[in-house]
Design a protein around this ligand. Sequence first.
Ligand code: ZN
Length: 405
Amino acid sequence: MLYNDDQNDKVYNEFNKPKKSFQFPKIEFSKPLDFFRKIKYKANLYKFNQNRDKANNYTNIVRTNNNFNTGFSSTDNFAFSTADTKPRFNLMDKFSNGNGINTKTIGAILIVVAIFIIIYSIVMPTRLPERSSMAEENPSTVPETTNETTNTTVPDVPVVAVETTEMVTNHLSLSAHEIIRTSKVPKQNLNIKDDIKNLYYKEERLCYLTFDDGPSESITPQILDTLKANSVPATFFVVGRRVEQHPELVKRAYEEGHYIANHSYTHEYSSVYATPETPWEEYLKTEEAIKNALGNSEYNSYLFRFPGGSSGGKYNNIKAQAKEIFEANAVGTVNWSSLTNDAAGANTSEDQIASLITSAADDTTTIVLMHDANDKQVTADTLQQVIDYFREQGYEFRNFYDLYQ
Ligand SMILES: [Zn+2]
């Protein structure tokens, strides 16, 4: 009963109901419809009160003008009337009872969180599939993920999935070859000496097919065709000067997932083993030839096979000293544990398989020596039988990317 004049009483009586400001209804989750009905009711009630306040304000202003005319202080009255018409709904009042956060606050927070979750669940699923669908629409960017070889040699393909959309787009703008090439550059392994030694003590039946002395124009393509038809990875110990003659064959082997390793530049014992340093010099020269063949200056094989093996023979002492240089540079040197004897006497497929079975008999993990030089047609002809034999024996084919990841 703020005002006693007729005009105010008339307005007040018209809205003469208990004055209640907006309150959150009691939340009953078992009755969701009741809950929303209550919200609607409370909102209407609040709107109703607001209208009443406006009406009061109007009458106040009228009264103020009257007072002004009758000589009352206009400032006091106007201040009084505006104070009275401030919004009834005060967030801080409603969400706090003076003793910290109350249940109404929790209810409000839950509603805000629920709205956020709904918006998030609508927006996010439309963004995530874009990444995977981009990869599917561009199968050329991950052409060999079903291939046994690249499971071990393209470890960074899955990483694409956690990169930002922008980074994925950058990847996709590269050609397929560029992606494969950067994926397959071996990483130097400072523990390579022990890792190679431990290969022979593995319990697993792993088979490392290796081909020395290439590339050659007549044999290497046949070997690559057979490996490809069987999805078998291998390692090629290439001779530098032959790499310079047939760089395209080295590049093909590399792009088909095989490991390109180093087998000196000249392969002539008198040159390679002239001094303890010459094996390392020929290694470096051949690495350059490989980089040029692949068109990738980042490539380093970090893996050398001494022509004729790393010990024994006329140059045994030179080899022993040379081996220390390779070790000091964390470049691995590897021999073999089984062979088809295609370089010394096994001139038929039967002889080669017989030699292989004999030499590999005691191996769990085995490193097989073969050759892809120009005169090794029998080797090319026998390769399918070699693969079949190891498959029948339960071996899994690997290459040296295993040790350089
Ligand atoms: Zn050789």
